[in-house]
Write a protein that binds this ligand. Structure first.
Ligand code: UDP
Ligand code: MG
Length: 322
């Protein structure tokens, strides 16, 4: 199969038939073999009935349903697990993304050799309250991930099948799929300016909390991508720095006290110095950092049944199970 289109959706009953017809039209015009995988994320409207009706008429229409709302990331994740096309395209269900972009995206993956291509809504039709924080968000993600994309969170993206099979999207990490892809070694990440429309039906499913959550996720990802496989280097480093600073400072305090005793002017008790308690606390914190690092290493070891590297190919060898 040429293309799998994965569409995560939550309460989008009005848009679905129109979206499917549009995708089907583009696919026929370009003679692609395809499937459209609708992932119904616990919709409380008639979305699932609409999908069932579409699937009854068209074998290309397929559906997966969550019992309750699990978030867009989980929707994409199961959609990716089910996809079989050489190229996997994700698209929002609300008709803001245009299926007309599919042939060009497909060609960038197949002919130009990109691992993934992200859409860029250069001209956006969204309220200002969303576009301004988005600019900030993209700048932060660019500088941390070192990936030169303008629009990380664009719903319209294309991937080589291998890419979506190699990444695990959880929490709200759908905003950072290019970053996740890069972390497992897919470096050829492209960008294509795409058409964007105003939402035709229904309402947006994300409020302003998306930005708070988005930045927290970015912080997680930044640390994970650097230290995820060796947490002791992260915690141990902080612990070591704290430990040495407080040790040296304590030694100086002790030295000053002895000096005071020797020279005869009464230095007072060490415990009368607030610095003493501060340094005591940092020593304890340092020890805790080490312990945390050890525990993180142990956790990592016991969960290493699922190794977190991906093999590209082997020569004269069966692909070993990883
Ligand atoms: N979506 C989803 N689960 C959720 C929230 C959203 O599957 O919990 C889907 C939604 O139906 C749409 C896509 O994710 O197809 C993008 O959501 P939306 O259009 O509301 O986001 P915006 O365009 O405002 O960023
Ligand atoms: Mg939308």
């Amino acid at each position: 199969m040429d293309i799998s289109v994965v569409v995560p959706l939550y309460n989008e009953e009005e848009s679905l038939p129109e979206l499917f017809d549009w995708i089907a039209r583009v696919m026929h015009a370009n003679k692609f073999s395809y499937e459209v995988i609708f992932v119904n994320d616990g919709s409380t409207d008639k979305s699932w009935d609409v999908i069932v009706a579409l699937a009854a008429k068209h074998p290309e229409a397929k559906g997966i349903r969550f019992r309750k709302n699990q978030g867009k990331s989980n929707g994409l994740n199961v959609g990716f697990k089910a996809a079989t096309g050489d190229v996997v395209i994700t698209m929002d269900a609300d008709l803001q993304d245009s299926p007309e972009e599919i042939p060009e995206l497909y060609s960038m993956i197949v002919n130009d050799g990109f691992d993934m291509v992200s859409g860029w809504k250069k001209k956006r039709y969204d309220p200002l309250s969303k576009t301004i924080p988005t600019k900030l968000f993209n700048a932060a993600t660019r500088s941390i991930s070192k990936i030169k994309l303008h629009d990380f969170n664009c719903g319209l993206k294309a991937y080589r099948l291998e890419v979506v099979q190699s990444i695990e999207i959880y929490g709200e990490m759908h905003r950072y799929i290019p970053f996740l892809a890069k972390n497992v070694g897919f470096n050829k990440i492209g960008e294509k300016v795409v058409q964007h429309q105003e939402r035709k039906y229904g309402v947006t499913k994300f409020g302003l909390d998306r930005f708070v959550n988005g930045f927290l996720d970015l912080a997680t990802l930044a640390v994970m991508s650097k230290f995820g496989k060796r947490p002791m280097h992260f915690f141990g480093m902080i612990g070591a720095i704290l430990f040495f600073i407080s040790l040296i400072a304590l030694a100086v305090l002790g030295g000053l006290k002895l000096w005071g005793l020797k020279t005869g002017n009464n230095p007072g008790l060490l415990t009368e110095n607030p610095l003493f308690f501060l340094l005591l606390t940092t020593l304890i914190l340092a020890a805790q950092m080490f312990v945390t690092g050890f525990i993180a290493e142990l956790t990592l070891r016991s969960s290493s049944r699922k190794s977190n590297y991906t093999l590209t190919e082997t020569i004269n060898l069966e692909q070993p199970e990883v």
